[in-house]
Design a protein around this ligand. Structure first.
Ligand code: 0O2
Length: 221
């Protein structure tokens, strides 16, 4: 009897986790479509790369414990909103907002929360745009609405966040103030770089546009 109970619990957990895999598949497809369409309209690819992950059961449980929630699947489903996570790395800051708006406009995407750590960066310097969305997934016998966390950032923001994460992950003790200050300074440099890159990109666009107009004019004459 106990064994049967274990089996059915295992199946329930597998089914639970599978929902997140389907949600990631759906959002990844959405992103891929936007990427291809954007390429066609703007003639460049705004997305450098996309990474998705499903939180491991171990880190889900760690988070449940940390937040003091009950260990029940319905509570976990409602409270832990980053079990399915997607990180989109864009070329320029304006692309972040464009991709975010395009996703938010979709009819089956329910926007639950937007955290703009670009306009208001975290105290430590962390920058990214975070969306918590809910999307429907359709299965053989039911429809479910699943939370997905989408983090959108530039390459420079991603570089900063991964180094900062490594520092905190590898260093168990309190990180020295000097390192914290340096990280904050590095975050400011990343913003300056992002702005510079975007202005070069815009300038280049204008140059290309004028060259094209000149060419069109020559053809007419
Ligand atoms: P992992 O391993 O990436 O999943 P939450 O703790 O999610 O309930 P919170 O703090 O409001 O609530 O979430 P927030 O601010 O939206 O951040 C969630 C995720 O953003 C984190 O997930 C990180 O991935 C990333 N993040 C937020 N702040 C920082 C930061 O200061 N540095 C770095 N490197 N990443 C950050 P997890 O669950 O912490 O980790």
């Amino acid at each position: 009897n106990n064994l049967n109970g274990m089996e059915s619990l295992k199946r329930e957990i597998l089914r639970f986790m599978m929902g997140y895999k389907f949600a990631l598949d759906e959002v990844n497809t959405k992103i891929d479509i936007l990427k291809q369409e954007f390429q066609l309209i703007h003639d460049y690819n705004p997305i450098e790369h996309v990474k998705s992950r499903i939180k491991s059961p171990k880190s889900i449980l760690r988070k449940v414990q940390k937040k003091g929630y009950d260990f029940s699947l319905p509570i976990i489903k409602e409270k832990i909103r980053d079990i399915a996570g997607i990180r989109i790395t864009c070329s320029f800051i304006s692309d972040i907002y464009e991709i975010s708006n395009m996703l938010q406009k979709q009819r089956d995407v329910e926007v639950i929360e937007v955290k703009d750590y670009i306009k208001n960066s975290k105290e430590n310097g962390y920058q990214s745009l975070h969306l918590i969305i809910k999307i429907p997934i359709f299965m053989s016998d039911r429809e479910e609405h699943v939370y997905v966390e989408i983090q959108i950032r530039t390459i420079a923001m991603d570089f900063w966040a991964s180094l900062e994460h490594k520092i905190y992950y590898k260093y168990n003790k309190e990180v020295p103030q000097k390192i914290k200050d340096d990280l904050k300074e590095a975050a400011i440099s990343a913003t300056i770089l992002d702005k510079k890159m975007e202005s070069i990109h815009k300038e280049m666009d204008q140059i290309k546009q004028s060259a094209k107009e000149e060419e069109d004019l020559q053809e007419l004459l």
